[in-house]
Design a protein around this ligand. Structure first.
Ligand SMILES: Nc1ncnc2c1ncn2[C@@H]1O[C@H](COP(=O)(O)OP(=O)(O)OP(=O)(O)O)[C@@H](O)[C@H]1O
Ligand SMILES: [Mg+2]
Length: 1007
């Protein structure tokens, strides 16, 4: 245990910029003062970068004395006039790893975080240091409790104290901690503390910051792979611009769902007709993010494919995988997790024992089961024996500690002894690690009463966690009353066999993977139909949930229900898989799949649901002309149409219609008939569509379902508008809008508003069109309809263009590209690129506009898309005007350049084209640097800074830049900090964009 003292000058880089000469003088004096105060107090400086010092102290009081002395001396110093030198100091204590004179591990990170949260003149300490110091403070010194602050994402918030005393300032602004809503991640918070692992952490950290983008944490079950990965991921968070994303693969039963599961977490939508992996890689693109693939062992092959694709296609994506076995792809770095350190036989004193990680974990968990538990002379030997016996396996230690509710440590130790002697045939040799864990789980299991065992076994059918309500429905299958279920669940949580996490006030339960396997195995070996009965109960519960949710979609509580289904999707998928395999009846499966229809169009997963539906509908027991068959056929048709490249065969909708008519189910008949009309329309048979759609409207009105009426009216409006009958279209759209508003169906409201606006645009009523598009767009954003948001923005852009407002149009097109990038749905990217070219043609540099037209044409061609009439007209006019302005040769040169430009560069160029007035650039040097930028801050960059930026733009990591330029990584980082200050670009993508704009050419790190 050591105490770290970190210190630096607040705003040091800015001070250097402002007055390098004065700062050079001040820096020398500052460094002398700080160095003397640290060494005078017995500390050792292990790292110094500029004015930042990192020092280590064996004695926390000495560290505190040194911190106070630094502040007092710095306060008394006469600094050069006009230079405000304000020193920050942070202290934190804990175990670190020392390597080659440097200190590593989470304690180091935390100290650095604390320092950057503080203000000049302040001395901050963590609770760990505070507790070491509280009763031995030098006279006059005290602590001011600043409360809890999140310095890190995982784990609990840190209690921070400010040192007070003579010569120290008292009042400061709030701490700059990490409670920053802008941080992007989905990491769960952990209910229990994280123990040790400083060396493992440091090694992993070094691997990743050294440029390894694919790291696999491997090791046997229960050894702590997932927990370690989460801890590393949380640390990475604050440097990674596009976030850190945990993807739990344990619940993914079929390998082909791996890419989909990752996509769902990253909110990438599936694109009709495209393999998910390709869409995903395109959406990740050059985003700077870390994905944690947790528990990949059962889907190794597809996880490897995914990793390989992301590594090849996404230069700034990092993957941290946990798995019992490595993926085995090239470029993978494998890190094998050792067990927690166990004490050797000759160590028995409590103080010495406490230095071993296994002992720390056992004691930390022991406190949860026995209040006031502490390592002392009486129990030390038994605790040590338990840790050794359990090989330092974290899961085994947790299960053993959970027995402290009813047994003493000594009793636990002697019982373990008996059991293990039995297992090893009385010999003293240790068991292989997986058998140790197995023996321990057996022991925990044997001590459960029969009911608790049955509940645990049944809980293994859940995939990805469950709620109390779900547990009641699924585990009480034998007629046990629900209170008993609750008691049993509580007992299992108490024995550490079930994990309980609180998420936004609701408790969600889950099984660790090793335990789930164990319980699933037990369930499968139970006699009779127990397994199938439990799965059926699980399926029925989620079927009911899906059907309830479906009634609430397209209504005021929609968002909450969408989230709920999304959160339960692993379970729903498992229920769907069981339905497919269930020979008893196809009906529940059909209901489940068709009940997901609305959810799929709004949130994705459509292909898997469609696939299940198709298989189920072919089954012999699904052929009876029932209402559910009719519904399922129509839904299949909807999904095929929504996802496929070709129109769905109309035979499905025809069969659905005839069944529904026979059964006099008006709503189902209306839906099927409307679908038939739509298919006719898509085939180009407008008269057929118009001939039957009135009948569909009539059926829907008879069924008195406002959402259905609104849906069919908006389809009819599309037909009328296509037929040139705009009055009819206006009337239908207006009624659809009124009905959707009243029903709270925002999705329909958005589409109806958009349709209305398009007709208004046609009639030249731009004002009304903009107003309605704006309302639709705001609503779509608010409701999270990303697929609609992109299209609406494009329409807004077109309206603005026609209205002569190129600047605002450009914003809309850029926004819609952003949405395409985030969702991975590329189907409207071409339109946005054309829009950007048109906007540049209207108010920008003609050469840039010509280049952007090259980009747009290239994208249209590559996607095999034709220009719509309106688009074609605007494009041709623009081409002609640009040719006239530039001359044919210059136009051709600029246009040809655009055909080779990457999309990212095109976006940069288009954004840069939004200057205050037309920029001057020669046609042959497109893309030219933005003059405002080359003449501005970029001129301030030194040669070295430009070199660094060029490498960074070429995708190099800090370490690679350092390697290329023969600098230390820290020097590179401080250069980058200066570049950030000069350019105002903070995140890596911003810096890259800046480099392109400033005409700094990217250098590949390997060149
Ligand atoms: N360093 C640690 N500090 C505190 N708890 C830990 C630590 N390592 C592991 N644990 C706990 O031990 C248990 C098992 O760990 P974890 O789930 O990470 O193992 P795993 O190797 O991922 O197992 P599996 O192969 O079954 O997925 C968990 O309850 C976890 O919280
Ligand atoms: Mg795991």
């Amino acid at each position: 245990m050591v105490t770290l003292l970190f210190t630096d000058i607040e705003g040091g880089i800015r001070l250097w910029e402002a007055d390098p000469e004065a700062m050079a003088e001040a820096s020398g004096r500052h460094n002398r003062i700080v160095g003397e105060q640290i060494e005078g107090a017995g500390g050792q400086v292990f790292k110094r970068v500029g004015e930042a010092f990192r020092a280590v102290f064996a004695d926390p009081s000495a560290a505190l004395a040194s911190a106070v002395a630094i502040q007092r001396a710095a306060g008394a110093e006469r600094w050069p006039p006009g230079l405000s030198i304000r020193v920050r100091v942070a202290l934190h204590s804990g175990a670190c790893v020392e390597r080659d004179g440097d200190y590593l591990g989470p304690v180091v990170h935390r100290t650095a975080r604390l320092l950057s949260a503080g203000h000049g003149g302040q001395v901050l300490v963590t609770r760990a240091t505070y507790e070491l110091l509280a009763d031995r403070l030098p006279g006059g010194t005290g602590f001011r409790d600043l409360g809890e602050h999140r310095l890190q994402v995982l784990g609990r918030a840190e209690r921070v104290f400010q040192v007070t005393g003579p010569g120290l300032a008292w009042r400061f602004g709030p701490l700059q901690s990490l409670d920053d809503p802008a941080l992007r991640h989905n990491l769960p918070s952990q209910a229990t503390s994280f123990v040790g692992r400083a060396a493992e952490f440091a090694e992993l950290w070094a691997l990743m910051s050294g440029g390894s983008r694919l790291v696999t944490i491997a090791g046997p079950g229960g050894i702590g792979k997932s927990r370690l990965a989460l801890q590393v991921a949380a640390e990475a968070l604050d440097g990674i611009g596009d976030g850190v994303w945990l993807v739990e693969l344990a619940p993914v039963a079929q390998p082909e769902l791996v890419a989909r599961t990752v996509a769902a977490v990253l909110q990438v939508r599936e694109e009709p007709g495209q393999p998910m992996l390709r869409t995903l890689a395109a959406a990740v693109g050059d985003r700077y993010l870390l994905v944690v693939l947790d528990n990949a062992e059962h889907v190794l092959g597809t996880a490897a494919e995914l990793a390989d694709a992301l590594m090849r296609l996404c230069p700034r994506a990092y993957l941290l995988v946990t798995s019992r076995e490595p993926l085995g792809v090239s470029g993978e770095r494998v890190f094998r997790v050792p067990p927690l350190a166990v004490p050797p036989a000759d160590v028995a004193a409590p103080r010495q024992l406490a230095a071993f990680e296994s002992v720390q974990l056992f004691t930390e968990r022991a406190v949860m089961y026995r209040q006031g538990f502490a390592l002392d002379d009486a129990n030390a030997a038994a605790v040590a024996a338990v840790c050794v016996r359990l090989d330092g396996i974290p899961l085994a230690l947790e299960l053993a500690a959970a027995r402290l509710g009813s047994l003493s440590v000594q009793e636990i130790s002697s019982r373990l002894d008996q059991r293990f002697r039995l297992l090893t045939g009385g010999s003293r040799t240790a068991l292989p690690r997986h058998q140790t864990l197995r023996a321990l789980i057996d022991w925990s299991y044997d001590l459960l009463n029969p009911e608790e065992r049955a509940v645990l076994d049944r809980l293994s059918v859940f995939a990805g966690g469950w709620t109390l309500e779900a547990a009641e429905a699924v585990t009480a299958a034998d007629g046990a009353d629900e209170w008993q279920v609750l008691d049993n669940l509580a007992a299992l949580v108490g024995k550490s066999l079930v994990q309980a996490d609180e998420i936004r006030g609701v408790t969600r339960y889950r099984l660790l993977e090793t335990i789930r396997h164990y319980a699933a195995d037990r369930l499968a070996r139970r006699p009779g139909p127990e397994l199938d009965k439990t799965r059926a109960a699980h399926r029925d519960y989620y079927l009911a949930l899906v059907e309830t949710a479906d009634r609430h979609l397209r209504g005021p509580d929609e968002a909450a229900w969408l989230d709920r289904i999304e959160a339960e999707f692993d379970n729903i998928r498992a229920a769907l898989a069981f339905s497919l395999a269930d020979p008893a009846s196809a009906e529940p499966g059909l209901r489940l799949a068709s009940g997901l229809h609305r959810f799929c169009t709004m949130r994705g997963h459509g292909s898997e649901v469609l696939q299940a539906l198709s298989v189920l509908l072919e089954r012999p027991d699904a052929q009876k002309p029932t209402r559910i068959r009719a519904r399922s056929l129509t839904v299949r048709c909807h999904l095929l149409d929504y996802l496929g490249d070709d129109p769905a065969p109309s035979s499905m909708a025809e069969e659905a219609l005839s069944i529904a008519r026979d059964l006099a189910e008006d709503a189902d008949a209306a839906d099927a008939l409307a679908q038939l009309c739509w298919l006719s329309f898509e085939r180009g048979d407008l008269p057929a569509a118009l001939a039957h759609v009135d009948d569909a409207v009539g059926l829907a009105r008879r069924a008195q379902d406002p959402r259905l009426i609104a849906y069919i009216l908006s389809r009819r409006a599309v037909f009328s508008s296509e037929a040139g009958d705009l009055d009819a279209a206006f009337a239908d759209n207006r009624e659809a809008i009124t009905l959707s508003r009243a029903a709270g169906d925002n999705y329909r409201l958005v589409t109806a508003l958009a349709n209305l606006a398009i007709d208004e645009q046609t009639t030249g009523n731009l004002r009304a069109a903009r107003e309605h598009l704006q309302e639709a767009s705001t609503l779509a954003d608010k409701s999270g309809y990303q697929n609609l948001s992109g299209v609406l923005r494009q329409n807004l852009g077109l309206v603005d263009l026609i209205d002569g407002n190129a600047r605002s149009a450009r914003r809309h097109f850029l926004d819609s590209l952003d949405t395409a990038r985030i969702t991975g749905v590329t189907s409207y990217r071409h339109g946005a690129l054309l829009g950007l070219a048109l906007a540049a043609g209207a108010d920008g540099d003609p050469a840039i506009a010509a280049t952007l037209h090259g980009v747009a044409d290239e994208h249209y061609e590559q996607a095999g898309r034709a220009f719509e009439a309106l688009e074609a007209g605007l494009r041709d006019r623009d081409h002609a005007q640009l040719r006239a302005t530039l001359g044919d040769a210059a136009f051709e040169a600029a246009y040809a350049r655009g055909r080779t430009l990457s999309q990212a560069d095109a976006i940069t160029l288009a954004s840069a084209a939004a200057g205050p007035g037309p920029a001057v650039a020669s046609a042959s040097t497109v893309p030219a640097a933005d003059p405002a930028i080359t003449d501005g801050a970029a001129g301030l960059l030194s040669e070295r800074e430009r070199e660094i930026l060029a490498l960074l733009a070429g995708g190099a990591t800090d370490a690679q830049i350092a390697g290329r330029l023969f600098l230390s990584v820290n020097t590179v980082r401080s250069h980058l900090e200066r570049i950030r200050d000069k350019t105002g670009a903070r995140r890596r993508p911003d810096l890259v964009r800046y480099a392109i704009q400033a005409g700094i050419e990217a250098t590949a790190p390997s060149a």
